[in-house]
Design a protein around this ligand. Structure first.
Ligand SMILES: NC(=O)c1ccc[n+]([C@@H]2O[C@H](COP(=O)([O-])OP(=O)(O)OC[C@H]3O[C@@H](n4cnc5c(N)ncnc54)[C@H](OP(=O)(O)O)[C@@H]3O)[C@@H](O)[C@H]2O)c1
Length: 279
């Protein structure tokens, strides 16, 4: 009998992760969805099962706790589920001056964006090897190419994801595992991000995309084994301009919004980590 294969998506109750889950379901892929407890994951799983006729296993875990990542892997093994696609989507965003954030917030951001991606890749590697051809999709950000004010820690975590993915790809291709990295620009995923996106300067606003549109490009690029996926014409144009124009000019445009707008972090559930004046 053919083994039933699953795509595991982290941070999939909302935003880009949810859009990726629906895109995968449209392509008849069975899913393991992971998000925080009480995040509406069970309802999303039910919706997908009823509408797309695929198998969906929701697992509620706070992935910022290392033991929970281990438990997630153990639960998948105990349920005898075979994963051939790992989508490391979970991430915590922010737009604020470095001095405005506190260390608890930055630690959580580094944990979720860097450590969880690394740890889950390590935990699931043997399973991915056993189920080749298999895929890893890591979610970075366009901000990994630009050194933006108010994006210091976030941008650095996404540079890690980008660099990690490219090196890992070189190592794993001979094992039949494809590694792709997606670098989306702004997406209207949650109320905080929508507010931040709206307050961006005109040029940046032209590149904002709908998460469903980006998810379709992401999965197409992943199955096509693309190394780097840059969704949208405007985002590709930004990268081209970055190569063509002098760096002082790029810095001026990229950071022209710095003092104009309020600071935000992305995860609504993490507001308690920010100082009162930013909430
Ligand atoms: N939005 C953008 O403009 C943008 C641009 C470039 C890259 N990205 C990247 O895209 C990815 C998704 O971003 P998004 O905007 O869709 O984020 P989002 O709307 O905040 O959604 C994040 C998802 O992760 C879950 N989550 C948060 N903390 C978690 C934890 N500790 N353990 C398990 N699950 C957790 C959330 O669950 P709850 O709903 O329960 O909080 C939610 O399902 C991130 O890696 C982000 O850096 C986003």
């Amino acid at each position: 009998m053919k083994t039933k294969l699953y795509t595991l998506i982290t941070g999939s109750s909302e935003g880009f992760g949810k859009a990726l889950a629906i895109e995968c379901a449209k392509r008849k892929m069975n899913l393991i969805l992971v998000s925080l407890p009480d995040s509406g994951l069970n309802q999303l799983a039910e919706f997908i099962i009823q509408n797309y006729n695929v198998d969906v296993v929701p697992i509620e875990k706070d992935l910022s706790v290392e033991e929970n990542c281990m438990m997630l892997f153990k639960e998948v093994e105990q349920m005898n589920l075979s994963v051939n696609m790992l989508i490391n989507n979970v991430g915590l965003g922010s737009t604020m001056f470095f001095k405005e954030g506190n260390i608890d917030f930055y630690q959580k951001q580094v944990k979720l964006n860097v450590m969880v991606t690394t740890l889950l890749t390590s935990l699931f590697l043997d399973m991915l090897k056993a189920n080749t051809p298999s895929h890893i999709l890591n979610v970075s950000s366009l901000s990994c190419f630009f050194y933006l004010a108010k994006k210091q820690v976030y941008g650095a975590t996404k540079s890690y994801v980008y660099s990690f993915s490219k090196s890992l790809r070189a190592e794993l291709s001979s094992d039949g595992i494809n590694v792709s990295v997606i670098c989306p620009g702004g997406m209207n995923t949650n109320p905080t991000t929508i507010m931040t996106n709206k307050s961006n300067h005109w040029l940046a606003r032209q590149s904002i995309m709908n998460p469903d549109e980006v998810a379709s490009i992401a999965i197409k690029g992943l199955l096509n084994r693309d190394e780097i996926i840059i969704p949208g014409f405007m985002n590709k144009l930004f990268l081209l301009i970055d190569k063509l124009l002098p760096s002082f000019f790029i810095k001026m445009i990229a950071n022209s919004h710095v003092n104009k707008f309020k600071s935000y972090n992305i995860g609504n559930r993490n507001h308690e980590l920010l100082p009162d004046r930013i909430r």
